[in-house]
Write a protein that binds this ligand. Structure first.
Ligand SMILES: Nc1ncnc2c1ncn2[C@@H]1O[C@H](COP(=O)(O)OP(=O)(O)OP(=O)(O)O)[C@@H](O)[C@H]1O
Length: 481
C-alpha cells in the first residue's frame, strides 16, 4: 500500500512533535508547519491525505487554512485542533469546512478513528477526481491517440498549445494534462483571454498593490499568483493584445511577475497551457501574434480533432450526455430513435461537441415520451457550417461577413457601445424609440447569426464581426438566453 502524507500546522512545537510521533505510529509520514505561509508552501509541494491545523497561527488563522484547502486542494480533509471544551471553536471549524476537530490534550483513540475516516474520505475524493479525468469520451482512433499524447505531455513541464476548432474539448484536454501531471494537487486556473478588458489585463494577470492606480483599494493577487505551483490555462490566447503579449513573454522567460505598483518581482512556478480556435501560426504570419511568444507557448502542440473527423464517437458521446442530462433532471435517460442517430451521424457539427450537447439538451426538452425523434433535433438539412469552421481554421482571420453590427474599434472594446449600426437602421425619430429600434435591429441580426450557427456563440460572433466577449455583452444586455 502506498504511504500517506499528513500535514500538521501548529505554532507550538510540543503539539507538532506529539502529533508527528502519534501519526507516525499510524503509518503516516508527517510534515509540519508553524505558520500559514509555511503551510501554503508545504501544500504546494505535495498531496496530503490529511491535514491538522491549529486555530490561531502567528500569521493567520486555521479558518484561512481550511478555506485555502477547500479552494485549491479539495481532496485533502482538514481537522482543526481546538482547546479542550471549546465547543464554539469546534463548531466554527466545522462550519468553515473542516471535516472534524481534535481537542487538546489529544486522545489517541479519537485520533485513530479520525485518521481512518479521513483516509477513506481522501480516497473517495481522489477517485471522484480520477472519474473526472475519464470525462474525455470517445474510443475512435484519433481520440485514443489524443489520450496517449495527453498522458505523455502531462508528465513534462513544457508549455503545451492546444489547437482545434471551437467546442472540440480544448479546455477539457488542458484540464486532463493538469490532472494527470505532478501539479494535480495545485490549482488549475483557466482564463479566457478574450473576456478580460484590455486595460484590466495587467492587473488581472500580475496583481496590483493598493493605491497603485485609481480604484486599487486593496492589494490584489493576480492569476499567476493564483496558479502558483499549478497550471495557468490561457484560453483564446489569440485575443491577447500586443502589449500583453510582450509582458507575458517576459514573465514566462523570467519566471517572475511584478504586481502593478510593487517594487520587487515575485517568483512564479506555473505551467502554461494555451489554446485558441484560431490558427495561431497564421496569425503570426500576419503579424497579429508575436512570433517569440508563439514559440514560447507552443513547445508542444496538440491538436484536438473536430467531431466530424471522428463520427464513430457520436453514439457514445450522445449516450453519456443523455445520461448526464437525465441525472441533472432526475429521470430516466432519453433514448435516441435510430433515425435520429442516423441524422446525427451524418451531420457536420460546426460547433463540435458543444453543439452536440446543445442539440441534445434542446431535444430532451422538446421530445415526447423520452424518445428523441429526428424532428426533435431541429437540424436543418445540410449546412455550410462545418465548411465555414474548417475554413476559419485554415485562413484565420476570415474575411468579415457583411454585418449589420460592425466591430467597434479596439479602444472601445472594454465597454461595447449599445449599438453601432449602419445607416440603414430603422430610425423612428424620438430618442426612446431610437434606442428601441436599435435594440430591435441588433436583436434580429444576433438571432439570425445564432440560428445560422445553431447557437454556437463563437461562430455567431465571428459571423457578426464581434469578439465572443462583445457578443456575450450584447446577449446579456438584450436578455437573450
Ligand atoms: N471528448 C469529449 N468528451 C466529453 N465531453 C466533451 C468532449 N469534448 C468536449 N466535450 C464537452 O464539450 C463542451 C466544450 O468543450 P470545451 O469547452 O473544452 O471546448 P473548447 O474547444 O475549449 O471550446 P472553445 O474553443 O469554444 O473555448 C464542454 O462541455 C466539454 O465538457
Amino acid at each position: 500500500m502506498s504511504k500517506h502524507y499528513a500535514l500538521v500546522i501548529d505554532d507550538e512545537r510540543d503539539i507538532r512533535e506529539l502529533l508527528t510521533l502519534t501519526l507516525g505510529r499510524m503509518d503516516l509520514i508527517v510534515d509540519t508547519a508553524a505558520t500559514v505561509s509555511e503551510a501554503r508552501q508545504r501544500l504546494g509541494e505535495r498531496r496530503y491525505a490529511l491535514c491538522f491545523t491549529d486555530m490561531r497561527l502567528p500569521d493567520g488563522t486555521g479558518q484561512e487554512i481550511i478555506a485555502l484547502i477547500a479552494a485549491q486542494y479539495p481532496e485533502t480533509p482538514v481537522a482543526m485542533i481546538t482547546a479542550y471544551g471549546n465547543v464554539d471553536a469546534a463548531v466554527d471549524a466545522l462550519k468553515a469546512g473542516a471535516f472534524d476537530f481534535v481537542s487538546k490534550p489529544v486522545d489517541i483513540n479519537v485520533l485513530r478513528r479520525l485518521v481512518q475516516t479521513a483516509l477513506k474520505l481522501s480516497e473517495e475524493k481522489r477517485s471522484e477526481q480520477t472519474a473526472s479525468s475519464s470525462k474525455l469520451i470517445g474510443d475512435s482512433a484519433p481520440m485514443n491517440q489524443l489520450r496517449a499524447t495527453i498522458g505523455k505531455v502531462a508528465r513534462s513541464q513544457a508549455p503545451v498549445y492546444v489547437a482545434g476548432e471551437s467546442g472540440t474539448g480544448k479546455e477539457l484536454v488542458a484540464r486532463l494534462i493538469h490532472e494527470l501531471g505532478p501539479r494535480a494537487s495545485a490549482p488549475f486556473v483557466p482564463v479566457n483571454c478574450g473576456a478580460i478588458p484590455s486595460e484590466l489585463m495587467e492587473s488581472e494577470f500580475f496583481g496590483h498593490r493598493k493605491g497603485s492606480f485609481t480604484g486599487a483599494h486593496a492589494d490584489k493577487d493576480g492569476l499567476f499568483h493564483a496558479a502558483q505551483g499549478g497550471t495557468l490555462f490561457l484560453d483564446e490566447v489569440a485575443e491577447l493584445p500586443m502589449h500583453m503579449q510582450v509582458k507575458l513573454l517576459r514573465v514566462i522567460q523570467e519566471k517572475a511577475v511584478r504586481p502593478i505598483g510593487a517594487r520587487a518581482e515575485i517568483g512564479v512556478d506555473v505551467r502554461i497551457l494555451s489554446a485558441t480556435h484560431k490558427n495561431l501560426a497564421r496569425l503570426v504570419e500576419l503579424g497579429a501574434f508575436r512570433q517569440d511568444l508563439f514559440y514560447r507557448i507552443n513547445v508542444i502542440e496538440l491538436r484536438v480533432p473536430p467531431l466530424r473527423e471522428r463520427r464513430e464517437d457520436i453514439p457514445q458521446l450522445a449516450g453519456r450526455m443523455l445520461e448526464r442530462l437525465a441525472h441533472d433532471g432526475g429521470g430516466d435517460p432519453a433514448r435516441l430513435a435510430p433515425e435520429a442517430l442516423q441524422v446525427l451521424l451524418g451531420y457536420d457539427f460546426p460547433g463540435n461537441v458543444r453543439e452536440l450537447e446543445n442539440i441534445l439538451e434542446r431535444a430532451v426538452a422538446l421530445c415526447e415520451n423520452n424518445r428523441i425523434g429526428v424532428e426533435d433535433l431541429r437540424l436543418q438539412p445540410r449546412e455550410q457550417g462545418a465548411a465555414e469552421a474548417a475554413e476559419t481554421w485554415a485562413n484565420t482571420p476570415t474575411p468579415q461577413a457583411p454585418s449589420s453590427i460592425p466591430s467597434p474599434p479596439a479602444e472601445s472594446r472594454a465597454a461595447p457601445p449599445v449599438a453601432a449600426l449602419g445607416d440603414d437602421a430603422p430610425l423612428r425619430g424620438l430618442p426612446n424609440d431610437l434606442a428601441a429600434a436599435v435594440a430591435e435591429t441588433e436583436r434580429a441580426a444576433i438571432m439570425k447569426a445564432l440560428e445560422a450557427t445553431r447557437w454556437n456563440r463563437t461562430a455567431a460572433a465571428r459571423q457578426l464581426g464581434l469578439t465572443l466577449r462583445q457578443l456575450r455583452y450584447r446577449l446579456e444586455k438584450l436578455g437573450i438566453e
